[in-house]
Every structure is written in C-alpha cells, then in structure tokens.
Write a protein that binds this ligand. Structure first.
Ligand SMILES: Cc1cc2nc3c(=O)[nH]c(=O)nc-3n(C[C@H](O)[C@H](O)[C@H](O)COP(=O)(O)O)c2cc1C
Length: 334
C-alpha cells in the first residue's frame, strides 16, 4: 500500500502508538514472508564486513529485535537493533515521543525502554534474517555512571556471538549523565575495558566483531578532536555520527519544541553532517564513519557520503517518507 495513504492514519495516532502499530505490521509481515535475500552486486566492505548496500536502519526503531524479518524486506543493507540494556527497563513515562511535522522533526525522551539483552538475543536467534546485524548497547538507568562500563561489558559479552558489529551508545540525551562518558578520561577508561573485552571475546568465539562508538552532535571542536584521538588510540573499528541533539535553534516556536528530549530528523541534518565532515578530517580514513541524522532523500543521503561517511542510517526519514525512502537512498549511494 502506498505510504501516502497510510501516513494520515499513522499521523492521526500519538507518535509512539503509531510507531508500535507500524512495528507490529512489520513483525507480522516478517512472519509470513520468506527470508529476504539482497543482491550483493553493490556490496561494500566496511569494518571488515561486507554490506550489500550502504543504507541501514538506525538504532531505536526496533529496540528489541521484534520486527527483524519485516524490516529486512524494506531493502536495508544492515539493521541496527537496540539500544538494549543488560536488564529490562520501562523507560520514561509516556508521552515521550513527539512529531514536529512543520519541520519534519521528532523529539523523543524514551529513556532506553527495552526488554533487556536476553529477550533481544532470543528474537535475533528466532529470526530468519541472515544479513548484517548491528546491536546497540547501553547502560541501565539505575546503574551509577561510575559503574557504566560494567553494564557495557555485561551486554557486550551476551550480544557478541549474535552481532556483526556492536555499537557502544554513550550519546543518548535521555539517560542521566550518559553523555559524560564522552569526556576524555572517562572515554579512555571505557574504551580500554571494551577493547580488552573484544580481544578476549574474539579469542573465545573465534570471530572478531567490530566495535562502533555512537556520538552526539552537541560537541565542540575540542571535544570532537579528543574523541577522534581516543578512537584511533584504542583502535575502535567505527564511529556513528550522530545521535539526537539537545539544540533547539532550528525549531523555535514550533509546537512541541519545548519538550525535553533529543531532536532528530530534518533539523538535525546540518549539525550531524558537519560532525561527519570534521570527524572525517580528524580520522583521515583510519576508521570508517557511519552517518545518521536527517536523511530524507537521495540528496541528503549522498551528502553524508560527500562529507566522508561510508554508510548511512535512517530513522526519522522513515516516519515522514515511508519505506520507499530506503530504495531511493540505496540507489543514490551505489
Ligand atoms: C524515537 C527514537 C528513538 C531512538 N532511540 C535510539 C536508541 O535507542 N539508541 C540510539 O543509539 N539512538 C536512538 N535514536 C537515534 C537514532 O538512531 C538516530 O541517531 C537519530 O534519530 C538521527 O537520525 P534521524 O534524523 O534519521 O532520525 C532514536 C531516535 C528516535 C527518533
């Protein structure tokens, strides 16, 4: 069914209900369809993984891996599930997701609502999908920030055998003090422990699974330089730029702009693309960049590659443009 017909129905519902409805429909279609196989003629190698195309699903849409097989049918070259935390947690009270249609934005303060890492692994194991899977991990809201590394390590241990790559999410604005982990000394400590765990797990499982760090768009040049330096020193395999923004300058006066949370979608495009550009300069090709933020069409997808990204993820664009956006972006980034 054309998305132009479905969208008014979804937009008549509150944002999170629409999201749940869409995810349910995808999960149901995934159950009846056979496993999706993609043509690998346009495959690209990034982080040592062969991606059938450059367009992926960003974390947050399928936090528990409930609709993997349905999502695969949209034509993504890779799917990133999560953020998942070691223990299940309910997230923040509703309402916690808001559409800002005048500016094609979304504000969310979900707060890592998820069923926990064990439930995610069960869903991944039950899926027919054999394509590239990223699993994005975070910390539980009630784990003190000084003990955050323990949560990342516990989740990494569990997801490692099921993921093609694992994303370390230290950039959600909706978990208290989480972004503090981007500061130089805390980041150094976290990356040291994660890298040691990765080396150990590669040995145990006989397979090297790359680690990607997901960063915020709200970083000044000095902070970004320090992060780039840490990524190189610790030989992290990739970086995802970016998560949602706390900035509101692009949406002043728009309904819901005062809501607490992270802003995504079109108003994030410029800032997140600028981060990709600066990172690309600082990293000089030493590790690949996966771009996310405000990709809504062929032009914005292409712009991420021009800024230095190797792969591109979508989320808010799917809400506004529907599944056709995937094909459009895949074509634009061949
Ligand atoms: C409702 C919603 C939930 C999200 N949840 C997560 C999450 O759990 N983990 C994460 O790393 N990013 C999460 N994100 C951020 C997206 O993965 C992405 O980085 C960001 O939205 C920018 O891309 P976009 O402009 O295409 O949406 C979420 C975004 C939205 C809109």
């Amino acid at each position: 069914m054309p998305y132009d017909l479905v969208r008014p129905l979804l937009f008549s519902l509150d944002a999170e209900t629409a999201h749940e409805f869409a995810l349910c429909a995808l999960a149901a279609s995934g159950r009846v369809l056979p496993a999706k196989r993609l043509d690998a003629a346009a495959a690209v190698e990034v982080m040592g993984i062969s991606f059938p195309n450059r367009i992926g699903l960003a974390a947050g849409l399928d936090k528990n891996g409930e609709a993997i097989d349905g999502l695969a049918w949209l034509g993504f070259g890779f799917l990133e599930l999560g953020t998942v935390t070691p223990r299940p947690q309910p997230g923040n009270p509703r309402p916690r997701m808001f559409r800002l249609p005048e500016v094609k934005g979304i504000i969310n303060r979900m707060g890592f609502n998820n069923h926990g890492v064990d439930a995610l692994i069960a869903n991944v194991s039950a899926a027919k999908y054999k394509g590239v899977l990223g699993i994005n991990i975070g910390k539980n809201f009630d784990t003190p920030i000084e003990r955050a590394a323990d949560d990342y390590l516990a989740a990494l241990d569990k997801v490692y055998p099921f993921a093609h790559y694992v994303t370390i999410n230290i950039s959600s604005p909706n978990t208290k003090n989480l972004r503090q982990l981007q500061d130089a000394s805390e980041l150094d400590d976290l990356l040291t422990r994660l890298k040691a765990a990765q080396t150990r797990l590669a040995d145990v499982h006989g397979r090297y699974v790359p680690l990607a760090l997901k960063i915020a768009p709200d970083l000044d040049d000095e902070q970004l330089g320090a992060i780039a330096d840490a990524l190189r020193r610790h030989r992290i395999d990739g970086v995802i730029a970016t998560n949602t923004t706390l900035a509101r300058d692009k949406i002043e006066g728009v309904r819901f702009s005062e809501q607490t949370g992270g802003l995504s979608g079109a108003p994030l495009f410029e800032a997140s693309t600028a981060i990709v550009g600066k990172l690309s300069q600082a990293l000089a090709g030493e590790l690949p960049i996966i771009a996310a933020g405000g990709v809504f069409d062929a032009r914005t997808a292409r712009a991420k590659l021009d800024a230095g990204a190797s792969l591109v993820q979508l989320l808010s664009g799917l809400v506004y443009r529907g599944p056709g956006l995937v094909r459009e972006c895949v074509q634009a980034t061949l």
